[in-house]
Design a protein around this ligand. Structure first.
Ligand code: PMV
Length: 342
């Protein structure tokens, strides 16, 4: 064999209990458990091809058509970790293992704008490399080395990332809570508010927060453990109002923690705040919680709602943001994309 190529598509996941803060920077071990839902790959995904050949003189990476330097430490850590598993498993011959790789990855949504692009990207890269080297082991641990939240994208449906306690990180893994088919009416509606790269990367933001925020300590000790247990229960029971309330409270607390950091940093924009207001008004008018919002490290909203609410919500969004352009509408635990501008 003188060359081999593998292509993989990996989905985005959007957390309902947010991961924010690390206890180990190198191994990417989180301070708290987190919970997410994995979206369908037909709307938001990363697609990665990995190619190994004796003719490639040094490792290469192409992101969205542009050649980038392969010097990123996390990228190197992922490749090294996969190769060392392959060596242990003896899953390919030594020659093949010594060849350099070419990685080509594309996202079908804005990169680094708080839409979990790194989660999909690293989940995709690690899964593609694992296929290239014929690995049998679970690779969610390796995806975590690229981007913490990436370990959750390795599974579909509802997923928990256990913070773990072991200093080696061996128990800091993702597990599936339930498949998407367990709650077939659940939908995610992504409102793209802005597609610019964020000013404060999640790595930098987490560092500032971990060093300075008192609220983060309170969150980790007194809020996240109870919320994690309750939201898992709400998923198992398919209790939407409970799921939605915890989701919104956790998103709000995550952004409050960013403001409580010193210096503070802000990911939400005026449009994001307007979306929050609209959702609360809508739920009030309905006399119960029908829609939940959540925001990652960026201004874009992910709305969780049940299928029957989707058309109503889209018309409300279009009413308040008339220049909205509908994108894709799909079914399942999947995303519906809308471009929102004021
Ligand atoms: O995995 P990172 O470094 O991209 O951090 C993700 C952080 C949040 O998206 C804000 C929360 C989460 O749990 O996904």
């Amino acid at each position: 064999m003188s060359s081999s190529v593998v292509t993989v598509v990996a989905p985005v996941n959007i957390a309902v209990i947010k991961y924010w803060g690390k206890r180990d920077e190198e191994l990417i071990l989180p301070l708290n458990d987190s919970v997410s839902a994995t979206l369908d790959t037909s709307v938001m995904c990363a697609k990665t091809s990995v190619f190994a050949s004796s003719n490639i003189t040094c490792n290469e990476i192409w992101l969205n058509g542009k050649k980038e330097s392969f010097s990123n430490k996390r990228l190197i850590n992922c490749l090294d970790a996969i190769k060392s598993i392959a060596a242990k498993e003896k899953s390919v011959d030594d020659d093949f293992l010594s060849w350099n790789v070419r990685v080509c990855s594309v996202n079908n949504f804005p990169t680094a704008a708080g839409l979990a692009s790194s989660a999909a990207g690293y989940a995709c890269l690690v899964t593609a490399l694992a296929k290239l080297y014929n690995l049998k082991s679970d690779v969610s641990c390796v995806a975590r080395l690229g981007s913490g939240s990436a370990c959750r994208s390795v599974y579909g449906g509802f997923v928990q990332w256990h913070a773990g306690t072991d200093p080696s990180g061996k128990d800091s893994v993702a597990t599936q809570i339930a498949e998407a088919s367990h709650w077939p009416e659940m939908r995610a509606l992504i409102l793209v508010v802005g597609d610019k790269a964020k000013k404060t990367s999640s790595t930098r933001g987490m560092n500032i927060t971990a060093q300075t925020s008192e609220l983060l300590k309170h969150r980790i000790q007194h809020c996240v453990p109870q919320r994690t247990t309750s939201i898992i229960q709400s998923i198992k029971e398919r209790n939407f109002p409970k799921f939605a309330e915890i989701t919104m409270k956790d998103s709000n607390q995550f952004h409050a923690v960013c403001m409580d950091s010193y210096p503070p940093f802000v990911y939400l924009t005026e449009v994001s705040h307007k979306i929050i207001e609209i959702i609360h008004k809508y739920n009030d008018l309905c006399g119960g919680i029908k829609v939940a919002y959540t925001f990652d490290a960026g201004p874009n909203a992910c709305l969780y709602l049940l299928e029957e609410e989707v058309p109503k919500m889209i018309s409300i969004i279009k009413h308040f943001f008339p220049s909205t352009t509908p994108d894709n509408l799909v079914t399942g635990l999947e995303s519906t994309s809308e471009l929102v501008s004021s």
